[in-house]
Design a protein around this ligand. Structure first.
Ligand code: FES
Ligand SMILES: [Fe+2]
Length: 412
């Protein structure tokens, strides 16, 4: 249970909110690289309720700029993508990728233009991801160095990424990863029917009175200097998870030391939508067709919207639930039959988390298995308050290259 004040603090990310100021201190993944073609129309992207355009110059350089033209605010989504910059179609101002005005037909030919600048943001590109740093730079201060993660030095053959927009607050996808226990119930049949099913259940656990067999875990969570880590230990397995502030979650996807690993990043679009990133990688070898990553993502037609097949999810259609399958006793939750196990899992997750709406966390009854969830919320609240007191944003400058999830099964 959370006070209303803290509920607001961990969900609202506009420019003038404490969390919004805090999140803008970190590098943020904004688009998959393959979406941004050289010389093509700039793409409109909303991050934490602010509008940007992202483009690739004809020479291949990526720019992330405020959408509004600095002259009188026309959208630079319509701008011409010329050599060395965007040219607004209204009065022809041209800004280079650093945001500097370099040509202005509105001014005398000999006018000095160099003190006119628009918001242009530092960019890092790698592993098929465009990252931007969207913080304020006071007195031309430098942005923080790009923060490397466990996969950011790997060749492209070792990494696969996918994105989708989800219709809920940015915190919900993270909360559902902190809430490991729900995989025993909501995802029970999807996990049992999957390649990791054997590792997932002991087959000697408890049963609901309707016959769903599950393993009741021990959960442990500890603070780290970049977020928190937690373990889920049950009769079948021991899994280990790492949360990295402000929005990165390494989560256990497949058993074994050299198996593929995964993380999700939940980036607020506004306070009711988020861009969800899936990143799967393998540090030991290129991704293999029989590994978790390719088994689940290679057949997805559109990795820029990997949830396309789920279609509309609303209260009117019970968030896509196949009620007839539940009534016939064929399915516990009624979200099966998707192309891959991963999409099945997301169909189940999104139905429940989108149905929560603007969750009022002051009205919850939390259970013992919610302890990592409690830890996650507290981690964010404490980090934001610490930053608001003038301290450095936690973990922003940490070495995170060896931080990742674990999934052990040899427990018997
Ligand atoms: S509004 Fe863009 S040049 Fe005038
Ligand atoms: Fe889930």
């Amino acid at each position: 249970m959370l006070s209303r004040e803290n509920n607001q603090l961990i969900t609202e990310t506009g420019r003038d909110t404490p969390l919004g100021r805090f999140m803008r201190q970190y590098w943020i993944p904004v688009l998959r690289s393959s979406q941004v073609k050289p010389g093509a129309a700039p793409l409109r992207v909303t991050v934490m309720s602010d509008q940007y355009v992202i483009f690739r110059s004809p020479n291949g350089e990526v720019g992330v700029m405020n959408e509004a033209c600095p002259h009188r605010g026309a959208s630079l989504a319509m701008a011409r993508n010329e050599e060395n910059g965007l040219r607004c179609v209204y009065h022809g101002w041209k800004m280079n990728p650093a945001g500097q005005l370099v040509d202005a037909p509105t001014h005398p030919a000999d006018a000095i233009l160099h003190d006119i600048k628009t918001g242009a943001h530092p960019v890092h590109e790698g592993q098929g991801i465009i990252w931007a740093w969207l913080g304020e730079r006071t007195n031309n201060s430098s942005p923080p160095k790009f923060r490397a993660l466990a996969f950011t030095d790997l060749p492209d053959s070792h990494v696969i990424t996918a994105t989708a927009i989800v219709n809920c607050n940015w915190l919900h996808p993270l909360e559902t990863l902190w809430d490991v226990f729900h995989a025993q119930i909501l995802h029970n049949e999807t996990n049992r029917n999957s390649s990791r099913g054997k590792a997932y259940f002991s087959n000697a656990g408890r049963r609901t009175d309707s016959g769903v067999e599950f393993d009741y875990p021990e959960m442990h969570a500890q603070s780290t200097d970049y977020g928190f880590s937690y373990q889920n230990i049950d009769a079948a397995k021991k899994t280990h998870f790492e949360f990295i502030l402000p929005f990165i979650q390494h989560h256990a996807i497949a058993p074994g030391l050299t198996a593929d690993k995964g993380l999700q990043i939940s980036v607020p679009i506004d306070d009711d939508h988020a861009m969800l990133w899936i990143i799967f990688y393998n540090r030991h070898h290129p991704l293999q067709p029989d590994g978790f990553a390719l088994q689940n993502l290679a057949s997805i037609p559109n990795l820029d919207n990997f949830l396309e097949e789920l279609g509309e999810r609303t209260a009117e259609n019970r968030w896509g639930q196949d009620r007839a399958a539940v009534d016939r006793g064929e399915s516990f939750a009624g979200f099966g039959n998707k192309k891959t196990m991963l999409i099945n899992i997301f169909a189940e997750d999104l139905a429940v988390i989108e149905s929560q709406g603007r969750a009022d966390r002051s009205k919850e009854y939390l259970a013992p298995v919610d302890n990592a969830l409690v830890k996650g919320r507290k981690t964010i609240i404490d980090a934001v308050k610490y930053f608001e007191k003038g301290q450095l944003p936690l973990g922003r400058d940490s070495d995170l290259t060896n931080i990742e999830a674990g999934f052990e099964v040899d427990r018997k």
